[in-house]
Design a protein around this ligand. Sequence first.
Ligand code: ZN
Ligand code: ZN
Ligand code: FE
Length: 748
Amino acid sequence: MVRASIHIRGIVQGVGFRPFIHKLVREFGLVGTIKNTSSGVELELEGERETLEALAACLPKRAPKLAVIEKLEICFSDVLRGFSDFQILTSKTEALRDTLISPDISICPDCLRELRDSRDRRFRYPFLNCTNCGPRFTIIRDVPYDRAKTSMAAFPMCPDCEREYHDIENRRYHAQPDCCPVCGPRVFYLDGEGRRVEGDAVELTRKALKAGKIIAIKGLGGIHLACRCDDERIAKELRRRKQRDEKPFAVMCRDTACAETICAVSDAEREILEGFRRPIVLLKKKRPGLGHISENGFVGVMLPYTPLHVLLFGDDIDMLVMTSANLSDTPMMTENEEAVRELRGIADGFLLHDRKIQTRCDDSLCWVLGEGEYFARRSRGYVPFPVRMERKLQPILACGAEQKASFCLSRETYVFPSQHIGDLKNMETFENYTGQIAHFENLFDICPRTLACDLHPDYLSTRYAEERAEAEGIPLIRVQHHHAHLAACMADNGVEEKVIGLLWDGTGLGTDGTSWGAECLIGDFHGFARFASIRPIPLIGGDLVTKETDRVAFALLREAGLPTDRIESAETYGRILDLGLNCPLSSGMGRLFDGVSALLGIKTRCSYEGQGAVLLEAAATEDTGCFPIAWEGEPLRLDWRPMIRTLVRAFDAGECVGDLAARFMNTLIEMAAVQCLRAREKTGLHTVCLSGGSFQNMFIMSRLPKRLEAEGFRVLRHRRVSTNDEGISLGQLMIANAALEIGELSRS
Ligand code: ZN
Ligand code: ZN
Ligand code: FE
């Protein structure tokens, strides 16, 4: 007989871990204790050494699906305590801030069965959950995680729920949000004026939706606007009321079979669609059309993830448009009163409930590349789970960029990336941003001693960082935008050595004061050199070009020495350019896409940033041709003028626009290959990191890595954080940490 102390770290609280251990220990015929500690759980077990080792070996394999075991340590001792049975020791009231918090989890198969079982006491109850599923992050106000510190505190358990909660044999043992129709939250239905309508709220909503109404529906991390998606007029009406002209809507489908009626679903995509995190997955349309939902080649599809959603679909609604309820780029609404007040004239009815959304969390959005998620937005279902690094990090807050704002906080080997925040361009979003920073610092007990931000002085995130650094007297490290993209991709892949980076996006302030965005950098966490880029484009009217993309088309024509009379406002643009008034130079890849998209007549006026590029991708055929590539200057820059001349000539000769769009992107892929080959010649490096918003282009993502791999490169792209600016804060954090390490070395 020996005694084993087993210490387990990771997400092991609030996920049914102790009942699981209880069963396992009994199965192995062992005795001892289990208790929660500040960093996980600790087991003390006595028995034969082989038996104890066998238990430790099968523990990770059989752990509950929500549990994440980061580390399992076991040590043996001959000193026995003489346990006679297995006991669960209640945790001390000390703050358990060292543990991790689970994201929100979609309804599990057991709960789904109960929801549909007319004999079950939770039959058709929209809030049923258990230790394997339900809300977590969005209801937690503070730690340690127990009911009193969540928005379930307002709902004391009834005796039946209480019994289940304390019964270790029960699936709801210590399930903090557990409840039933007797004791838990309730749904209710309001008409468009905000007046209560008596009756079954879910049925009233279903009826209204079927009749073509637009209904606001409160979910886990925020409120959605929902409507039928089979009727073009209704979707258009929703666009009109929301003033969302052209941005694609997400769709919620009853099940994968429904999704397959409009989209192709691969095995890997099915797995992620149906998985317990339930992101919106961008699926390829089966055939062109559905323009009222999405004007490009993809539709964002998610499956119902709460019991309320399941009830809503019943067995006769196949799919619904589901878009965040917000006004002009402000955060998604979460409060009942706010929704009723602000959505007047937009929503025809409201399906709300009386459980507070503690923390706003938008739906996650991803493509599936290879086997896994490729994020455009890492949020519900993933946040606040950390990204683990190989090395111990200083406590740092990295403040992100401006568009697709996010932040990251570090503690030891963990980096905690925030949920989706949105574009930091209005007060409401900024308040959400600062509020979430405070919330994360409290939840994970992090007091950052260093701040990191973008080089751009006008970003609200930079101003926040500056003010805070000043107020708290702590250092602030400013990180060049594309260097941060590079470092984010390195950190995402656990790489520390020097790499070649292709960093393509719309804009980011360069070290020379101009706007960059089609960069080939060579560097690591400690620094970088700009190896290659593209010939800069004058942006006629500055920021105006992101919407009025024919301004870029004009600049491309003019620089290429071609006639510009095909551009409507050519005369005005020409005058502005000649005077050099507000015509900053930019090497942004996004701008080149915009300009070419406008030249090809695909999109000359954009209602959201990147639209020109997205539609160009959607228009592209499988054409494998390429335009001529020329180089100029230092750093090695693509001279796009010969390409533009060939492209315009072919367009005027009536060649297929889709072929030209494909050829344009093939040219960029060839450009990247040449840049990487030259970089390898010079440095001997053969790892290439891809990061930046332009790599949200699946035409490029399905070709560029293959092209580079054929040349013998190792190609890394994002896996755990978004490739767009949302991923930037991770890179900022790693660069700041590297700077601190050097600083410490030189001091000592
Ligand atoms: Zn469940
Ligand atoms: Zn109850
Ligand atoms: Fe960027």
